[in-house]
Design a protein around this ligand. Structure first.
Ligand code: ZN
Ligand code: ZN
Length: 369
């Protein structure tokens, strides 16, 4: 690497001058993780309304909107004091695990990505009436999950420069270079993910506005017993549960294939919901393996799937304390894996006492199949 001069742009790509960026980075006192995380959160504070009709004249006040239905779903996992358990936001422990957090259900699963008017309007079919498994309801579950993922990607993009400014303080130059180049790769990934999610959101916006959901397929898996866990998100499955390759991620020549999921309650029973693009074969291949499982294996797989793939996950104290230490450690380790696409989880389907629910024998087929 050529020697940097004080007024040259810094080698790290921050856009700042070398003298103001990395010149004295080795001499700066290192910061504890909590301080870096707190500055990253401040940089990522971002309020917007993601509704397709959003605008200065059409929006109300941006609120902390729920990504998970509150009065039916979150309330079903809350304890007597209306608290739920979560590993979100992730706070690492020294042993590589994550700190378990207890949170009021009203503050859980929220994001500042809808105004009060559009939140009420768009999600009325989920919020104002019971869940009956209509295609519109499953689509809206997926739509809200997509908005959450998009908002998270935007926040990560906003936080990245703050992290890069703080994380390598006090490190030798060679370590700084290694850290910065790893973060540059991660940032490029955020950019790609953001543009792919924006395209998906546009496709879903059109369906939201027209009320036509023909482009999407849905699947509802009936469960029995307690809900215990609430979660929603969007994954981009690159391999199936058994390790079969189904798509190459971050391939510029093709569109990412996605699979949205969520949980709800229908007639007092938990249901696990999936939604995907009808034209895509990766999500279908992923689900085929799940459908082929026997009900006991499927019940435990769904729990492990949620912990492996989604930090936007909340669960009941009653279920969690009933697990053995080994089971809790196992789920925590699934959650602590920050990249299940690069490091595919090894699902242990023998752990059949894990699930708060049982899987019903009959699997209802897709509403549109
Ligand atoms: Zn720099
Ligand atoms: Zn709005």
């Amino acid at each position: 690497m050529a020697k940097n001069r004080r007024n040259d742009p810094c080698w790290c790509g921050s856009g700042g001058k070398y003298k103001n960026c990395h010149l004295r980075r080795s001499d700066e006192p290192p910061l504890p993780f909590a301080a870096i995380a707190s500055q990253a959160r401040n940089a990522a504070a971002f309020r917007t309304c993601l509704h397709p009709d959003a605008g200065r004249d059409t929006c109300g006040k941006v609120i902390s909107a729920h990504t998970i239905q509150r009065s039916r779903v979150l309330s079903a996992i809350a304890d007597r004091e209306n608290h739920v358990l979560t590993f979100y936001p992730p706070k690492p422990k020294l042993d590589g695990g994550l700190i378990l957090q207890r949170r009021g259900w009203r503050q859980s699963s929220t994001f500042t990505a809808f105004c009060n008017k559009h939140d009420t309007e768009a999600f009325a079919p989920l919020e104002a009436v019971p869940f009956t498994g209509t295609k519109e309801q499953i689509f809206l579950t997926a739509y809200r999950a997509t908005c959450w993922e998009l908002h998270q990607k935007r926040r990560a993009t906003l936080a990245s420069p703050a992290v890069r400014r703080l994380i390598d303080r006090g490190q030798p130059v060679l370590v700084q270079q290694r850290i910065q180049s790893a973060l540059a790769v991660q940032e490029a990934g955020f950019g790609k993910g953001l543009s792919e999610l924006s395209q998906l959101k546009e496709q879903m916006d059109a369906a939201l506005v027209s009320g036509e959901y023909d482009a999407f397929d849905t699947l509802e898996l009936a469960l029995e017993g307690a809900l215990g866990i609430a979660s929603t998100g969007v994954i981009t499955p690159n391999q199936t549960m058994r390790g079969k390759h189904i798509q190459t991620l971050h391939d510029d020549s093709t569109l990412m294939q996605w699979l949205a999921f969520g949980l709800d309650i229908r007639d007092h029973r938990p249901v696990f919901l999936f939604c995907w693009d009808k034209a895509h074969d990766a999500p279908r291949a992923y689900l085929d393996e799940i459908l082929a499982l026997d009900p006991r294996a499927r019940a435990t797989f769904l729990v492990q799937f949620v912990f492996a793939h989604c930090e936007n996950t909340y669960f009941s104290d009653a279920w969690w304390v009933g697990l053995s230490d080994a089971e809790r450690r196992y789920l925590e380790s699934l959650m602590a894996n920050s990249n299940p696409y690069y490091y595919p989880p090894h699902y242990d389907l023998g752990r059949q006492d894990l699930a708060p629910w049982k899987s019903a024998d009959a699997v209802p087929s897709s509403a549109s199949a």
